[in-house]
Ligand binder design. Structure first.
Ligand code: MF3
Ligand code: CO
Length: 256
């Protein structure tokens, strides 16, 4: 069932979004070669605590996810587990996927950070993954369908020969972090649920330089590309207001 949020609840979604946006900015400022992925988790957790929120990823799923954020490097697509032993190196791309709950409402967003000297082709992958999100975002309006958004992401990403990950999708979000509807990054225009005022969902293209096929590591969480090629991720939480879509987790929400 797709939950429809009241104006009061949309405001709660905005407040949660600001916590995540703050973390994304801070991670971007702090990330450096030599740091561990646990260091990134610690930075995120400190901001969540300071805001009076919580981290719904902790203990989520089976096996229970052991950290606040997901950190995924190079060929790791999503759901990497932060660890003191995992050291970030010059030339890595590091995806941080951050979920925070504040006063009962959730925000979820991801960025892929470039660390030091990243090869040009990989840098382009990261930039185009972000742009694929915005190609989809342009199709978000009341009365359009989720398939309109999905197909726009897919068409843009595949125009570069990239693989669009299919085994994972975006999702509704609100009182919990994963809700209806699924928001795939591939599909057909004119299909899927209609976009309505009061909806909240995450659009989150996961795009690989090679095949769209993925595998899961022995830790039960980390999703990697099947061919070992790098992958990037870009996600925001989007609420649908009477004036159209609004991103609750975009960095700009911190300016106002
Ligand atoms: N933001 C991630 C997603 O939407 C959250 C993953 S749950 C976790 O897929 F437990 F892996 F963190
Ligand atoms: Co998500």
């Amino acid at each position: 069932m797709i939950e429809i949020l009241s104006d009061y609840e949309l405001d709660k979604m905005r407040e949660a979004g600001k916590v995540v946006a703050k973390i994304l900015v801070k991670l971007g400022e702090e990330i450096k070669p030599g740091m561990s992925t646990q260091d990134l988790d610690d930075i995120a957790m400190a901001i969540i605590k300071e805001a009076g929120g919580s981290a719904p990823c902790i203990g989520y799923g089976n096996p229970p996810f052991p950290a606040a954020i997901c950190t995924s490097i190079n060929d790791e697509v999503v759901h990497g587990i932060p660890s003191k032993k995992r050291i970030i190196r010059d030339g890595d791309i590091v995806t941080c996927d951050v979920v925070a709950e504040l006063n009962g409402y959730n925000a979820d967003a991801a960025r892929t950070y470039l660390v030091g000297n990243v090869p040009e082709q990989t840098r382009l992958l990261v930039e185009r993954t972000k742009q694929s999100f915005f190609e989809g975002y342009k199709k978000i309006e009341i009365g359009n369908r989720i398939g309109d958004v999905s197909s726009a992401v897919q068409a843009y990403a595949e125009s570069f020969g990239y693989g669009v990950i299919r085994d994972l999708t975006g999702h509704g979000i609100g009182k919990s972090m994963h809700q209806d509807p699924d928001v795939p990054n591939f599909g057909k225009a004119g299909r899927g649920p209609r976009i309505q005022k009061g909806m909240a969902f995450c659009l989150e293209p996961m795009i690989a330089m090679g095949t769209h096929r993925v595998a899961i590591e022995d830790d039960g969480w980390t999703i990697v590309t099947y061919d070992g090629a790098p992958a990037a991720h870009y996600e925001n939480t989007i609420i649908i207001t009477e004036n159209g879509p609004e991103m609750t987790t975009i960095e700009e929400v911190l300016n106002g």
